[in-house]
Structures are given as structure tokens and as C-alpha cells.
Unconditional design. Structure first.
Length: 428
């Protein structure tokens, strides 16, 4: 091997003899090896020893524990390569493992025949992981700069990732979110031009009136929204209606921006003061620090597990890297917080608009809604709003679900924007 440091591989298997045999094989190839007997041990080892690649069995304490481990790892760290080696997995389970993010699936009976391919996969996936982490770090550094212009070299470097065919989709998604977050003025100008073009090509005021009437029917709280929110929604609905009825018109980008902008305007009205107070309160800084491990600069495992448990089966999608970025911004912003779009607001709600506790070094850390969100009476409502805000940013991002047709994407984005606004209407 030619790397400066040996690649560290975590073997996850409930069969100690198999782990030992496989460990010897890897050590002979100059890999570093750590072990775990089940998914829970694996998560703890990942946190404490930071392996470069995870190799897991499928069936351990349960028939699908390996699949659940892949899902957990990818939710926490989308770049960490996972290889599944199973003695009993079916073709369907192998396909599901790949869909969940496994870079390779091998049956134990074929491991000797595929060993060279296995080693190639380790090397290639490890290098890809390192490259993606470096690119994500570049995006994070650019995000920390304030008042960046669209022609800044750092912005151009991030924009180049959008056209890089080898860039990881998650990296491209983060790059897209960053680029759109600094392009608001340009998008507002474009929406005005699209409205002007639409008016010139179709002077029928009944179309606008019908779109506005449908908007009020679909969104009961429309009249209670802020002026900018209502204007952006009216623009979105009008252009959405025109595009639905005229195949040659394409206002997709403006429609997506306008729905999202409407929600962003309402977030500013409902939450901006609360976020400012959250970030500037010195007592809250202690909570932020408790959510991080000072030594490793990682998200605390107890805090992380609470978030995962709260989000499970509730449609709240995020990565621990996203959470870390929010915490770092809160801790390093000197009382200010810069959100990377609606996703960061959703994560703020998930982390700091609920009442819960987690254990850290034998101590109980209590989090009692430091964001001081009122009006959402139950945790489910907080999670619903958090999930909808994150989903809205994802729905606008073409790198998240590139296989979804534009028409379906816009319809989903529209409905998600309505869901966000309904829930935001409750916040006081």
C-alpha cells in the first residue's frame, strides 16, 4: 500500500472467529483493524476510533441489523464507506444495502474470489471519501465568510463543484445550497423579470385572480402572513399556474425560489428575534458546548443519539455534519448566527425548540426549549415544522433527487411550502 497512514477498517460481525480470521487477512495487507460484535458497538467504535471504512455483516442480533447499521452510519456520515459481507443475504437485501449507501456487497462464500476487488473498493472508496470531505470543508470555509460576492474566487470554486461529474451528490447538494443562499438578490430580480414576461405573454388577469383564489383556498392562514410572504406566494402561484397550462413556458427556477422565499420571509418574522437571542445568550453557549466533544470536535454521542431517536420515522432528514455546522456557527459567531438556508433553521428547531435531556460523562444535560418557541404545543408539531423546512430546501435542490421529474418536484415543493407556512403560522 502507498498511503502515508494505513487505512483503518472496522469489522462488524457477531462471529468472533470470523472477525479474527478476517482481521489477520487485513493485517497482512497492512490495514489497521478495529472490531465490533454488533451495531451498537460499531457506532461506539466509529465515534471513538474514526475508522476509514466499515465492513459489516447483515444478520447479527436481528436479521436486518447490518442494513440498519448502514442506514444509521449514512445518516450520521454520508461519506464513510460501508461494505456489506453476508452469508445469508438475498439479492433483494444486497440491492437494498446498495440503495442505502453501501459501496460494495459480497457474499461470504465468494469473498476469496473477490478479494482483489474488495481491496480495490477499499482503496477507491477511501480516496473518494477523503476528496469529498476536503470539498465539504472548502464549502464550510466559504460559508463562514460574510458578505461574499457571487464573483468571489471562493464562490467560483464552490460553483465549480456543481459541474464536476465526479463530485459526490451530497457535496453537490451542499454546494448548491451555499450558492443559492448568496444569490437571493439575483433571484428576486429574475422573479420580477419572469412576472413581467408572463404579463406580456398573457394579459388575462383572470389567470392571476384564479391562482390567488386557489392559493387562499389551499392556505387558510394566507391573510395572516407578512406582506413579503404573500407577494412571493402570489408570484409563485401565478407562474406555477401558467407553467401547468402552457408546455412551452418554464418558470421552474423562479417558482421554486418564490415558494422558498415566502417561507424564508415568514421564518424571519416568526423566528429571527428568537434565533438572535438564542445565539447571544451566554447560558445557551454552555448548552452548545455540551452538545460537542471538546477534544474531538465531534457532536456528542448522547446528544446525537437523542436527535436520531427524535427524528426516526418522523420525516426529519439531516446528517450529523449538518448539525455540527449549526453548532459551530452558534459557538463561533460571537452572538450571531448565519443560517445556511431553511435546513439550518430546521436543525435549530430539532435541537433547541424541544424539551429533552441526554447523558454526557455520567451527567444529565437538560435542554428546555432555549429557542423559546411557543405556539407549537407538542413535540410532534416541532418535529413536523423542522422536517418540512429541511424537506423544502431539499425539494429545491436538484442534486438531492435528480431522478424526480421537474413537474413532480415543483408539486412536492409547493405542498411542502404550504406545510411550512401552516406550522409557522402557529409560532408566537
Amino acid at each position: 500500500m502507498t498511503t502515508d497512514q494505513p487505512i483503518k477498517i472496522l469489522i462488524v460481525d457477531d462471529n468472533a472467529q470470523y472477525r479474527e480470521a478476517f482481521k489477520r487477512t487485513l493485517l497482512l495487507e497492512d490495514y489497521e483493524v478495529c472490531e465490533a460484535a454488533d451495531a451498537d458497538e460499531a457506532i461506539a467504535v466509529i465515534e471513538s476510533q474514526s475508522p476509514d471504512v466499515v465492513v459489516t455483516d447483515l444478520q447479527m442480533r436481528t436479521d436486518r441489523e447490518g442494513l440498519e447499521l448502514i442506514e444509521t452510519i449514512k445518516a450520521s456520515d454520508p461519506f464513510l464507506p460501508v461494505i456489506m459481507i453476508s452469508a445469508v443475504g438475498s439479492f433483494e437485501e444486497g440491492a437494498l444495502a446498495t440503495k442505502m449507501g453501501a459501496v460494495h456487497v459480497i457474499h461470504k462464500s465468494r469473498i476469496e474470489d473477490e478479494m482483489e476487488s474488495f481491496f480495490d473498493t477499499i482503496r477507491q472508496s477511501h480516496e473518494s471519501c477523503r476528496k469529498s470531505r476536503s470539498q465539504l470543508a472548502m464549502i464550510a470555509r466559504a460559508r463562514q465568510q460574510r458578505d461574499l460576492k457571487e464573483d468571489d474566487d471562493r464562490v467560483e470554486a464552490v460553483r465549480a463543484l456543481l459541474d464536476d461529474p465526479d463530485a459526490d451528490p451530497h457535496v453537490q447538494g451542499e454546494a448548491y445550497d451555499f450558492i443559492t443562499s448568496i444569490s437571493e438578490v439575483e433571484m428576486l430580480r429574475r422573479s420580477e423579470l419572469d412576472m413581467q414576461h408572463a404579463s406580456e405573454s398573457d394579459r388575462d388577469q383572470e389567470t392571476y385572480a384564479a391562482a390567488l383564489a386557489e392559493l387562499k383556498d389551499n392556505l387558510a392562514g394566507y391573510d395572516g402572513l407578512g406582506d413579503d410572504s404573500r407577494q412571493a406566494l402570489a408570484t409563485a402561484e401565478y407562474l406555477y399556474e401558467l407553467q401547468e397550462n402552457r408546455e412551452l413556458l418554464d418558470f421552474s427556477r423562479t417558482v421554486a425560489f418564490s415558494y422558498c422565499f415566502a417561507v424564508e420571509c415568514e421564518v424571519r418574522i416568526r423566528l429571527k428575534g428568537k434565533i438572535t437571542r438564542l445565539a447571544s445568550n451566554r447560558i445557551n453557549q454552555r448548552i452548545f458546548e455540551a452538545c460537542m466533544d471538546k477534544k474531538t470536535r465531534r457532536v456528542d454521542m448522547g446528544f446525537q443519539q437523542n436527535l436520531m431517536l427524535a427524528a426516526r420515522n418522523r420525516g426529519v432528514h439531516f446528517t450529523i455534519d449538518n448539525v455540527k455546522a449549526v453548532l459551530m456557527s452558534l459557538m463561533g459567531g460571537k452572538g450571531r448566527f448565519r443560517a445556511n438556508g431553511l435546513k439550518d433553521i430546521g436543525i435549530l428547531l430539532l435541537c433547541f425548540a424541544r424539551e429533552y435531556s441526554f447523558s454526557k460523562w455520567g451527567q444529565t444535560i437538560k435542554v428546555k426549549n432555549p429557542l423559546n418557541v411557543k405556539g407549537l404545543q407538542y413535540e410532534e408539531e416541532v418535529l413536523a415544522l423542522a422536517g418540512s423546512l429541511i424537506d423544502l430546501q431539499y425539494a429545491r435542490n436538484p442534486y438531492i433527487h435528480p431522478d424526480v421529474k421537474k413537474k413532480e418536484q415543483l408539486a412536492k415543493l409547493r405542498q411542502t411550502a404550504f406545510d411550512c407556512l401552516r406550522e409557522l403560522g402557529k409560532v408566537v
